[in-house]
Design a protein around this ligand. Structure first.
Ligand SMILES: Cc1cc2nc3c(=O)[nH]c(=O)nc-3n(C[C@H](O)[C@H](O)[C@H](O)COP(=O)(O)O)c2cc1C
Length: 126
């Protein structure tokens, strides 16, 4: 995950809580600090959009890890933009009335539960 204003980190923590509740080990790390994904069976990259694109740390992580990642899908889970956020783009989004907390934690939890079930089924097949 890519921390800047904290809302992506909260999503990552929510996913980790669901996975741990299903008996899995889950490690939440800032993307900029992850140099090797090999110790992990599954990687979930949480990315915030900044000025029309992925946050720089996420782009760099994806480039570093692309040989080892086998992307399987994605979800868009909404973000959070607080009323006093600074920066021209943030202000423009707020002025358009598109600020607020749009994160759907139920949707995120359902997605994480599906991942846990998939991993459990895979482990059983082995
Ligand atoms: C400077 C700035 C630029 C942003 N640009 C976009 C954008 O282009 N598109 C978008 O959907 N959201 C944009 N957002 C909203 C962020 O994606 C959203 O606030 C996200 O949840 C921030 O994640 P974070 O709290 O982990 O930093 C922007 C927010 C900021 C502060």
């Amino acid at each position: 995950m890519v921390p800047k204003n904290g809302s992506t980190a909260e999503i990552a923590d929510h996913i980790a809580t669901v996975l741990r509740g299903s008996g899995l080990d889950a490690d939440v790390r800032p993307a900029a600090e992850v140099s090797d994904v090999r110790p992990h069976g599954l990687v979930r990259l949480g990315v915030a959009l900044y000025v029309g694109g992925w946050h720089r740390d996420a782009r760099r992580f994806a480039r570093r890890a692309e040989q080892r990642l086998n992307a399987e899908g994605h979800i868009a889970s909404g973000g959070r933009l607080k009323a006093r956020a600074r920066g021209r783009v943030a202000r423009a989004i707020l002025e358009e009335g598109r600020g607020g907390d749009l994160r759907d934690f139920d949707c995120i939890a359902a997605w994480a539960t599906g991942i846990a079930a998939g991993l459990a089924a895979e482990a059983e097949r082995r």
